[in-house]
Design a binder for this molecule. Structure first.
Ligand code: NDP
Length: 474
């Protein structure tokens, strides 16, 4: 007569998560700040399983089996703090509060530490898959203590998506690890979408192909290495006709990309950690650029290249496919590097291969490709970069000629491809034996006496640039 788990916050995500638990045979307490939403929920879905509706937080907490497990699905930010306070006030040591919203991992670290002092487990949990995923099986990325995962894990694994029978849910690591990984997942999603958009733009401008023809190309690509949810929905969106005008849907949508913030957070964190996530950063900036209509309008008169078509029709399609795949490998390698860096910084001990496993289903970036990432980390858990895994190195070697042709074509016909171009620049920079960073060090020493290291001797050195140019150990 008590609930196995409770969900507070019955908007899009919370209601579907509650239903998902109920569909798996759990008794679910449900609560929402505005009581009418709870009533609506019961009227619409009360018959789908065992629900215990509660009008107040006190009643909600009282209806939970001990140790209590309550999931918060409210708008991320101050609302989460408010709800945590209300729940904790009625809870006891050993109880568990799960935050399934898109919290910033630093908030999750703070909340976890504060609740730990009070003996309450706080489990910041990334949940991906949107509305449909929450109902039918999301990808779940829980942080928090291993003790809390022992209790919660089996329930979360029950409701998660399954791929080849394996649940898309794993204990990512302590405190904010789950929300961090969800953030980078979203960052990778930004990069993936930007690369797909560039492929579309290049083929449309370069070949003069129609959206319907491009939908066919993406459908075809979805049968190979690129097979993924995002490629699948790209074909759907491109193939759609606007019922009101009869125009391709993609032509009647305002070309101003919005963002809710997780991509930006990923880049901010990467800057702090010193990890070059160029693919994600370019994607965030490309969205920002699209959102400046005044600048775009003013710049529309600027000179561009004469003549706009690319040479070599069918070759271009295959070249762009390879460039997209290679750039995608770079974006994922960078995202995994960022998680590895955060794991070292915060002592999380994240298993990178297991992340690839739980992103295979349920989430937005689900893709065949993630099996290969899993295999790469299985073969060598301490890979310095995914790029040197033999299978990825071979894929990049196979794609590089096409990739270079695509970037030159884009530059020649004036189609912006910041994702493709920066991915190629990253690839070329990483494999260089000498970088011009040496010159930068020289300039830094010249104007600021910042010192430099030598290739042939240990220690830091400074050259007396304004005097006799003699070198001294610093
Ligand atoms: P919203 O983010 O739209 O939040 C609405 C819910 O928050 C309502 O239940 C609302 O209650 C509640 N709420 C807002 N402020 C407060 C407060 N001060 N005290 C108590 N409750 C409050 O809902 P979504 O379902 O879209 O998302 C829930 C969480 O899941 C968010 O953190 C979101 O970032 C995350 N998420 C969303 C995804 C999606 O696809 N939508 C995907 C993955 C994660 P009331 O009815 O009383 O207003």
């Amino acid at each position: 007569d008590k609930a196995d788990i409770g969900v507070t916050g019955l908007a899009t995500m919370g209601r579907n998560l509650a239903r998902n638990f109920a569909h798996h045979g759990y008794t679910v307490a449900v609560h929402n700040r505005t009581v009418s939403r709870t009533k609506e929920f019961m009227a619409e879905h009360g018959g789908e399983g065992a629900f215990l509706p509660a009008d107040s937080i006190e009643e909600f907490v009282a209806s939970l089996k001990r140790p209590r497990k309550a999931i918060i699905m409210v708008m991320a930010g101050s609302a989460t703090d408010a709800v945590i306070e209300q729940l904790a006030a009625h809870m006891e040591p050993g109880d568990m509060i799960v935050d399934g919203g898109n919290a910033h991992f630093a908030d999750t670290r703070r909340r976890e530490a504060a609740l730990r002092e009070r003996g309450i487990h706080f489990v910041g949990t990334g949940i991906s898959g949107g509305e449909e995923g929450a109902l039918r099986g999301p990808s779940i990325m829980p942080g928090g203590s291993p003790e809390a995962y022992l209790e919660l894990g089996p329930m979360l694994e029950d409701i998660a998506a399954k791929v080849d029978g394996t649940p898309c849910c794993v204990h990512v690591g302590p405190d904010g690890a789950g929300h961090f990984v969800k953030m980078v997942h979203n960052g990778i999603e930004y990069a993936d979408m930007q690369l797909i958009a560039e492929a579309y733009d290049l083929l449309r401008q370069g070949l003069g192909a129609t959206p319907a023809e491009l939908a066919e190309i993406f459908r075809e690509w979805n049968r190979g290495d690129l097979e993924s949810y995002l490629i699948e929905i790209t074909a759907e969106v491109l193939g759609h006709t606007d019922p009101a005008t009869g125009s391709p849907f993609v032509d009647i949508v305002l070309d101003r990309a919005e963002q809710k913030g997780t991509g930006r957070w990923t880049v901010q964190s990467a800057l702090d950690l010193g990890v070059p996530v160029t693919g994600i950063a370019e994607a965030v900036f490309a969205r920002a650029l699209s959102a400046h209509p005044e600048k775009r309008k003013a710049a529309a008169t600027l000179a561009g290249p004469r003549g706009g078509r690319a040479a070599g029709g069918d070759t271009l399609v295959e070249d762009v496919r390879k460039a997209l795949y290679a750039s995608k490998i770079i974006a994922y390698a960078q995202g995994f590097d960022q998680i590895a860096a955060a794991s070292r910084e915060y002592g999380w001990d994240v298993n990178l291969g297991s992340l690839a496993t739980i992103w295979r289903g349920g989430c937005i970036i689900r893709a065949r490709f993630l099996d290969r990432i899993r295999a790469a980390y299985d073969a060598d858990p301490s890979l310095p970069t995914l790029l040197v895994d033999p299978a990825f190195a071979e894929a990049l070697a196979d794609a590089q000629d096409a990739w270079r042709r695509v970037v030159s074509t884009a530059v020649t016909i004036g189609v912006p491809t910041p994702g493709f171009s920066s991915a190629l620049a990253y690839y070329d920079a990483l494999r260089r034996d000498r970088l011009p960073a040496a010159l930068i060090q020289g300039m830094r020493d010249y104007f600021g006496a910042h010192t430099y290291r030598r290739v042939d001797r240990e220690g830091a050195f400074h050259t007396d640039w304004s005097g006799d140019r003699a070198e001294r150990p610093a």
